[in-house]
Design a protein around this ligand. Sequence first.
Ligand code: TTP
Length: 393
Amino acid sequence: MKAVVLAAGQGTRIRPLSSSVPKPMLPVADRPLAAHTVDAAIDAGADEVVLVVGYEADTVEEYFGEEHRGVPISYAIQEEQSGTAHAVNAASDHLEGSFAVLNGDNLYDQAAIDRLFDECPAVCAIEVEDPRNYGVLSTTDGAVTDIVEKPSDPPTNLANAGAYAFPEEAIEWLDVPASERGEHEITDVLAQVVDRFTVTPVTLERWMDVGRPWELLEANEWKLGELEGRVAGEVSEDAHLEGPVVVEEGATVKPGVVIEGPALIRSGATVGPNAYVRGATLIDEGAKVGNAVEVKNSVLSRGATAGHLSYIGDSVLGRDVNFGAGTTVANLRHDGDDVRFTVKGDRVSTNRRKFGVVVGDDAKTGINTSLTPGLKLDTGATTAPGEVVERDR
Ligand code: TTP
């Protein structure tokens, strides 16, 4: 069965991280987010993967090439993001036979994706306490009978998780009219499949939709937690590694460093001397954590540097960010409330008591900068020495 993976989105809610790197290419443990989806499809038996690309398409194509783990990869271009059915329709020329559709920004548990492929026609659902904000599946005798968007009186607690296995006939049904919000929705294709076929609901044990910056942290918590410790790089005898820690070939851990896993130190990265890394932390390729720097539960993207005397907690640093000596991140409010963050102009709760900062690629802080919880620094932003930054910039 072929798998269509949707990766054309602009990722507006995860800005500034998606300013130059498309959301599906943001790092989640040892690979980009969308590679987890593509790998899930391949592990479930996909014999070809069609990636629907649009925003920053080249970056996606460069990573996956024409073949991934021996499985052919092809690309369909969706120029405008006009909805998920529109995206799959862009790939229709590549399709024959039954096919699966997965989101390139979702993490799934593998057993459920295996079942999705086996049980085609099928749709993945996740049990949620309050399904009123989701598309909800109605079921009778173990088959899906309907899907209702954001119902005030939900028929089940099965929320649609946006992973589908469709029969060949559905290729002809992809050209659905726009919905009330003006998008061509894949759920309208599902509705037609449900009318004509027995569609099995497949319940996911675990699932994540990565839309906002703190969800990228949570995705890393999940996937770093699955790594088994391995040291292939250079680790000083005077460093102390505890729990699952991966030090890739070409990475360096200097004397006096303590790392409490899960943590992944990628090729070309340097930690120490005398640094403390803990929580689920990713130090991506070429990133540097220098002398007396503490990093907790954070993502330091490719080339990000905190050279001296810094604290970075529950934060995401984009590519080539540079933290001046003494830059300190606050990740907890004095009133103990959940930290809030601005997403597309709206201040929303992260539902996290601890959350630090999100820093766009190439941003630089002056020495002794203090950064408050839930702060966003845009791509290329700078701060002055000694500044206390309380407002996004
Ligand atoms: P969304 O998360 O709705 O869109 P997005 O990824 O652009 O993010 P944001 O809302 O923050 O701007 O999309 C869900 C998935 O479907 C995601 O993998 C992107 C993909 N998609 C397309 O490929 N084309 C489309 O037209 C739409 C609407 C989504």
